[in-house]
Design a protein around this ligand. Structure first.
Ligand code: FAD
Length: 279
């Protein structure tokens, strides 16, 4: 039996911006692909990366015997024609999985895209390419920062799923109850798409706190104080962060989640340590 296939795994990368970052990503994917993941995914426009960077990174990864690679595509992807051009390019390379998002406006881009919400982008993709793409979407157990209420969160998520979705991946969270509560409400609302928890291993206090502020992720006070107590001792933060992430994933796996998606930030070590402990 392949011991590394006990639960579904996927790893998210962002397009490298420099030759040095590219070397790091290639090294990271090589280490992580040994864990036999179901897929890698590559972000779109996040953190100010250019629109062509995702496709370039996806195609580069595909030359390295990687697992399936899923490009993210956001409504910031330009005009419908530009989005079609990109999708045609993916089809030519045998890529028929997309992670479709509204997206965050990248710094310097200034305007929002042609489509207002992810569901409009999904409808467009299915209309232009019937029965072609498998669509994954994002979802928010702790409520997207722009959503006015928990009920609206579920309502808009359902609208997105009804547009034709195969899988959802959550924003990262630290509190497993938030995930279970959300999944429960989704089921009651008739949403039957698998909801994979998205997990960001803790490796650095200031960065993760900044991401939390941006993404609306709740960092429990005890966790903040604990991480703060290590000061500049990065080794201890990483050690504690890995132990915390292992426990979180174990709680999720014990309840039978469909898999785990890791926000790797293009680094292998923390994710490797967590997955190897779980296996
Ligand atoms: P939507 O589902 O469109 O929702 C956006 C907001 O609008 C929500 O507040 C929602 O409640 C509200 N809303 C939705 N529909 C309606 C409606 N009909 N009327 C009124 N309000 C509505 N960002 C990037 O830029 N690039 C990436 O590669 C990227 N990858 C991600 C991967 C995952 C797994 C996740 C969870 C997030 C990712 N993000 C990425 C972040 C994401 O783009 C942002 O969170 C963005 O603000 C919302 O995108 P969405 O597709 O979830 O939006």
């Amino acid at each position: 039996m392949n011991k590394q296939k006990q639960f579904g795994l996927s790893f998210e990368f962002f397009p490298p911006k420099t030759p040095e970052q590219k070397v790091i990503l290639l090294d990271t994917q090589e280490k992580l692909r040994k864990l036999n993941p179901d897929f890698f995914s590559v972000t779109f426009g996040a953190g100010g990366s250019t629109i062509t960077a995702t496709a370039e990174t996806v195609l580069e990864l595909k030359t390295h015997e990687t697992p399936k690679v899923i490009p993210h595509l956001s409504c910031m992807g330009g005009t419908p024609q530009e989005i079609e051009d990109l999708l045609n390019q993916y089809i030519q390379h045998g890529i028929t999985d997309i992670l479709a998002l509204r997206g965050d406006v990248p710094s310097g881009m200034g305007s929002v895209g042609y489509f207002r919400y992810a569901n409009e982008l999904i409808e467009f993709i299915h209309e232009k390419y019937p029965n072609t793409f498998n669509i994954t979407v994002g979802c928010y157990p702790e409520i997207h920062p722009e959503t006015e209420s928990f009920e609206s969160e579920i309502k808009y998520f359902k609208q997105k799923v009804d547009a034709g979705v195969n899988r959802a991946i959550t924003q990262f969270f630290f509190n497993p109850d938030a995930y279970f509560n959300y999944v429960d409400h989704c089921e009651k609302a008739g949403i039957d798409t698998p909801i994979t928890p998205g997990i960001m291993p803790i490796t650095n206090f200031s960065n993760i706190k900044r991401f939390c502020g941006f993404c609306g992720t709740d960092m429990p006070r005890w966790l903040q104080y604990k991480l703060q107590s290590y000061g500049d001792d990065r080794k201890s933060i990483q050690q504690f962060g890995t132990e915390f992430t292992i426990k979180l994933c174990q709680q999720l796996l014990d309840q039978g989640v469909p898999g785990i998606h890791f926000y790797t930030l293009n680094r292998a070590k923390a994710t490797l340590d967590v997955v190897e402990a779980l296996q």
